[in-house]
Ligand binder design. Structure first.
Ligand code: GLA
Length: 353
């Protein structure tokens, strides 16, 4: 059954005693009154889909003009717009993301901030100093202007990919790793720790974080960070696929991360489903029910699962149909602002259990 999402019971309220319910937004949703109302009714947390990524924040022209080999100049127009909105509307914010091989401009890694194709790499130590300066600048800006609004920082995203054969299971296809080696990860967390306000948590975030080989590699890195008290949480992205997901394996991985003493966040949830017909969406609903059942089970067992964020507000904004150009209907709400069977499958769960 579908119904008007703006009159349906609130998802955020249903999960009030369990965990925050988040959505990734581009910012465009806020210009559409229906979507804005949907956001405020059902969600308690937001993540910027792109607005807080280095490529959106770094200003090359101003950096060149500044002429400093280490410090960039940042442009916070879109960051501030989203943070002010969140502050005014009582939404919590996950900051995504400080250090990532993707969506960080190539010139950040080159000598003289050059964007020439044959530019020389920055020396490893210079790159790590730049990394530290960027982390410091961004965290200090956000924390000074909006103290307490950001509750989680994705410090490093997607640095582990054991298939690529890097040291410590690191992804080799990364400018961070290629130039500085695996130590960029610890360096990033050390710097972030210096700029953390009380109540804020530092996260490592990754996809397929429940695949056994990847789980082992991530655990290895996290243990090292935990030993120095540098990390507080594991972000399991959870871009799942209807036909390939394995809830039992996912749950086992979540418990393994928690056993290190880490808080857990589901940071980018969607379940790819390429059928919009009744049978397809019914299967999706069952998958969400199983998954949320497992999440509530973790909570019941005292696992600190604190936040569950969907990657997109409605099917119409999903990156799967946008960026990936797939046929997909992966979320709880339709682009027509109707609830889907998947919504019905999870809204009553906390009461039932
Ligand atoms: C990764 C990133 C996100 C986003 C998605 C695709 O999971 O962490 O920021 O780019 O890919 O939209």
């Amino acid at each position: 059954m579908s119904g008007n999402a703006l009159q349906a019971p609130s998802l955020r309220e249903a999960y009030d005693h369990s965990f925050l319910i988040g959505a990734a937004i581009s910012g465009r949703e806020l210009m559409d009154p229906g979507r804005e109302a949907l956001l405020l009714r059902h969600f308690s947390s937001i993540t910027a889909e792109n607005a807080m990524k280095p490529e959106r924040i770094l200003d090359r022209a101003a950096t060149l003009e500044r002429g400093d080999p280490v410090r960039t100049v940042q442009n916070y127009t879109f960051v501030d717009r989203m943070l002010s909105y969140a502050e005014a509307h009582g939404l919590r914010v996950r900051f995504h993301v400080l250090v990532w091989h993707n969506q960080t401009p190539k010139w950040f890694f080159r000598e003289g901030w050059s964007d020439a194709p044959d530019a020389k790499d920055a020396e490893p130590d210079l790159l790590l100093r730049r990394q530290a300066a960027y982390i410091a600048d961004v965290m200090d800006h956000v924390n000074a202007k909006y103290p307490g609004l950001v509750y989680a920082w994705d410090v490093v995203n997607e640095a582990i990919e054991p298939d690529q054969g890097g040291e410590n299971g690191c992804r080799t296809r990364s400018e961070w790793y290629r130039i500085a080696g695996p130590r960029f990860i610890t360096a990033a967390f050390r710097e972030a720790r210096l700029h953390t306000l009380p109540g804020q948590k530092l996260f490592y975030n990754d996809y397929n974080a429940y695949f056994p080989q990847k789980l082992d590699a991530i655990l290895h890195t996290l243990r090292g960070l935990c030993a120095e008290g540098l990390v507080d949480g594991m972000g399991m992205q959870s871009h799942l696929e209807l036909n390939r997901m394995n809830v039992a394996l996912w749950e086992q991985a979540a418990r393994a991360y928690a056993s290190l003493g880490l808080t857990l966040h589901v940071t980018e949830l969607d379940i790819h489903c390429n059928r919009s017909d009744e049978a397809g969406q019914k299967a999706l609903a069952q998958a969400y029910r199983d998954f949320f059942g497992a999440l509530l089970g973790l909570r019941r067992d005292g696992i600190p699962l604190e936040s569950v964020t969907f990657w997109g507000l409605t099917d119409a904004e999903s990156w799967l149909t946008g960026f990936r150009r797939e046929q997909s209907w992966p979320l709880l709400f339709g682009g027509d602002l109707q609830t889907k069977p998947a919504f019905d499958a999870v809204i009553g769960l906390p009461e039932e259990r």
